[in-house]
Design a protein around this ligand. Structure first.
Ligand SMILES: [Zn+2]
Ligand SMILES: [Zn+2]
Length: 519
C-alpha cells in the first residue's frame, strides 16, 4: 500500500509490446489474447519482482500487471453475467473484476491428502453461505443438492445429487490454512485502496481504525480445545443456584472507519492456555483482550503499515504500554477515558477545575448543543513518553439528559485536529458495534456455531469477514447506496434478499475455472 510513486521501472520485456494496447483497447477475449499477452506467473505480492529489480512484486510491476489482468478477467466473464442488471450478477462481476475473487479463492488451501473435492469448490460454497446468509452447514448441504446453487458454485446441475456433503465442508474448515484467508482479506483491502474506494472516506484526512473486543457465542456444553472458560451462576429448577463452566470465544476486531464504507482489517483471537502453548509456547492461563490487542496491532502494522493513521479504542486501551506501542508504529490514537483517577484524565480534570468551556457548538443536523473542554501537552504518564491531549465534550439534546464524552488524543497529526472532528472520530467507534457486531449476530448467523473445532471457528470468522468486506464495498462503492444512520444494516439486508432470489435465475454455471488467472 505504500508503493513509492514516481519510482516505476521501465516495463520488463515480457509485456512491453502489449501494454499500450491493453491500456486503451479492450482485450477481445482471453482465448485469443493468450498468445499475445504474457504475464508473469501468478506470484505472491511479497515475492521478488520477476523484472529483476530486487524489489517486492507489489512495490514494483504488480500494479501495471494488474491493469492487464483486470481486463483479462473482464473478458473472461460470459455476456449473461457481464450485461445483467441483477444484483447477484453485478456482485459476482464486481468481485471477479475488481478483486479477482476466483484467484483469491484459488489461493486458499487445506491439509487434506488427495481430496476428491477441491478446496476451491468448498470455500466458494462457504463464501456464498456467508453472502446469502445460509444459517448452517446442514442448510448448506440442502442447497448443494439444488440445481441453482450448483450453478452458483460453477457445477453442472445434478438435481437431487448433492455436489458434496456437509462432512466435506466441515473437514475443510478443520484443515483450512488460516494465513491464506488472512492474506485474501488483506488483498481485498489493498485492491480497494488502489481502486480509490477509501479516497473520500476519512475523518479530518486521517484513516482511523476502531478496535474492540467481541464475543459471538457462549455455550454450556459444546466446546473445543481453544475455548475460553469462565464460571457463571445459573438458577436450577427449584431456585437452587449452581456455578457451572461456560465456554466461549473472544476476538479483538479491527475495523476501518469511514463515513461511506466500513471494512474489517483484521481479527485476533484471545487465546486460552492451550492455544497460547500452540502459538507462543507460553502457558499461563487465558490471556486478556489487551494482550490479544497488542498482537493485533503488530499484525495490522505488518499488513497495512502507514495506510493506517490512527487507532480508536475504548477505555481498556487508554494505558501507557498500549499508547507506547501506537507511538512505535507511528499511529495516532483516540482513546476513551473513563476512570477519573487515572492519568492523563486526572491531570486534565485538575486543569479544567472551575473553568468554563472553551467552545460551544450547535449542530444543525443532530440538534445537539455541544460544550468542549480541551487540554493539551499532558505528560503525566510514567509509561508513555509522548504528550497527550484530553478533550471533554458535553452533549445536550432537547428533552434529553446530557451525555459526556472524554477522550485522549495522541500522535502529532491527530492532536492537531479540531475538537469537532476529534469527537466525530471517537463517536464513529460505534460503527464497529452497529455495522459489524450487531449485524453479524442478527443477520449473519454468528450467534450460531457453524462448526466447533479450534481451526473451524476462526476459519468461518475469516471467510465470513471476506464476504462481509466484499459486500460492504459492493453496496457502498459499486452501488453507491447512502449509509443510513438510522439502520445501516437495512440496505444490505434488502440487497441480500434480492441476490438470494436471483440465484434461481442463473442460466448456466458461473465459469469459475475460466475466470481464474492461468498465466
Ligand atoms: Zn518489477
Ligand atoms: Zn471453542
Amino acid at each position: 500500500m505504500n508503493a513509492p510513486a514516481g519510482d516505476r521501472k521501465a516495463a520488463p520485456p515480457y509485456c512491453r509490446p502489449t501494454v499500450g494496447l491493453t491500456l486503451h483497447a479492450p482485450v477481445p477475449s482471453a482465448a485469443t489474447s493468450a498468445g499475445v499477452l504474457t504475464l508473469p506467473p501468478r506470484l505472491s505480492r511479497n515475492h521478488a519482482c520477476p523484472c529483476g529489480s530486487h524489489r517486492k512484486y507489489k512495490r514494483c510491476c504488480w500494479e501495471r500487471d494488474e491493469v492487464i489482468r483486470r481486463q483479462l478477467r473482464a473478458s473472461a466473464l460470459p455476456p449473461w453475467m457481464l450485461h445483467s442488471r441483477g444484483k447477484l450478477h453485478q456482485f459476482e462481476n464486481y468481485a471477479c473484476k475488481s478483486f479477482a475473487l476466483p484467484d483469491l479463492l484459488a489461493s486458499l488451501s487445506d491439509t487434506r491428502c488427495a481430496p476428491d473435492i477441491p478446496t476451491f469448490d468448498v470455500v466458494n460454497s462457504l463464501l456464498h453461505t456467508a453472502l446469502l446468509r445460509i444459517p448452517s452447514l446442514n442448510a448448506l448441504e440442502g442447497d448443494l443438492k439444488e440445481s441453482d446453487f450448483q450453478r452458483l458454485i460453477g457445477r453442472s446441475p445434478t438435481p437431487d445429487v448433492k455436489a458434496f456433503s456437509a462432512d466435506v465442508v466441515a473437514n475443510v474448515l478443520d484443515k483450512l490454512h488460516l494465513d491464506g484467508v488472512r492474506q485474501a482479506i488483506e488483498e481485498v483491502i489493498e485492491r480497494a485502496e488502489r481502486n480509490k474506494a477509501f479516497r473520500e472516506g476519512s475523518y479530518g484526512a486521517l484513516r482511523c481504525v476502531a478496535i474492540d473486543g467481541w464475543e459471538p457465542f457462549a455455550s454450556y456444553d459444546r466446546h473445543c480445545s481453544h475455548c475460553l472458560v469462565r464460571y457463571v451462576k445459573v438458577k436450577r429448577a427449584g431456585g437452587k443456584i449452581e456455578e457451572v463452566e461456560q465456554y466461549y470465544h473472544r476476538y479483538v476486531v479491527a475495523m476501518l472507519l469511514g463515513p461511506v464504507v466500513d471494512v474489517i482489517l483484521a481479527i485476533e483471537p484471545v487465546l486460552n492456555q492451550e492455544a497460547r502453548c500452540d502459538v507462543t509456547g507460553e502457558h499461563a492461563g487465558h490471556e486478556g483482550e489487551l494482550t490479544a490487542a497488542h498482537r493485533l496491532l503488530d499484525s495490522l502494522y505488518q499488513a497495512y503499515g502507514g495506510f493506517i493513521d490512527a487507532i480508536v479504542g475504548d477505555a481498556l486501551y487508554a494505558n501507557g504500554p498500549f499508547m507506547s506501542q501506537l507511538e512505535r508504529y507511528g499511529y495516532g490514537g483516540f482513546l476513551v477515558l473513563k476512570k477519573e483517577n487515572h492519568e492523563p484524565f486526572k491531570e486534565a480534570l485538575a486543569l479544567w477545575q472551575g473553568q468554563a468551556s472553551c467552545e460551544t457548538y450547535n449542530d444543525p443536523d443532530t440538534k445537539e448543543h455541544i460544550e468542549f473542554w480541551d487540554a493539551d501537552d499532558i505528560d503525566t504518564l510514567h509509561t508513555y513518553q509522548g504528550k497527550v491531549r484530553v478533550i471533554r465534550a458535553v452533549l445536550t439534546k432537547p428533552d434529553k439528559a446530557p451525555t459526556t464524552w472524554c477522550f485522549a488524543i495522541l500522535g502529532q497529526r491527530s492532536r492537531q485536529l479540531s475538537r469537532r472532528t476529534a469527537l466525530k472520530i471517537t463517536r464513529a467507534r460505534w460503527h464497529i458495534e452497529d455495522t459489524a457486531f450487531n449485524q453479524w449476530i442478527q443477520y449473519w448467523n454468528f450467534g450460531h456455531v457453524f462448526r466447533h473445532t479450534a481451526n473451524a471457528v476462526l476459519a468461518v470468522l475469516l471467510l465470513w469477514t471476506l464476504a462481509f468486506n466484499l459486500l460492504q464495498l459492493f453496496v457502498y462503492r459499486r452501488l453507491k447506496r447512502p449509509r443510513r444512520p438510522q439502520d445501516p444494516t437495512y440496505t444490505i439486508r434488502h440487497i441480500v434478499e434480492v441476490m438470494l432470489r436471483e440465484v434461481a435465475t442463473l442460466p448456466a454455471p458461473i465459469p469459475w475455472a475460466a475466470l481464474l488467472d492461468t498465466s
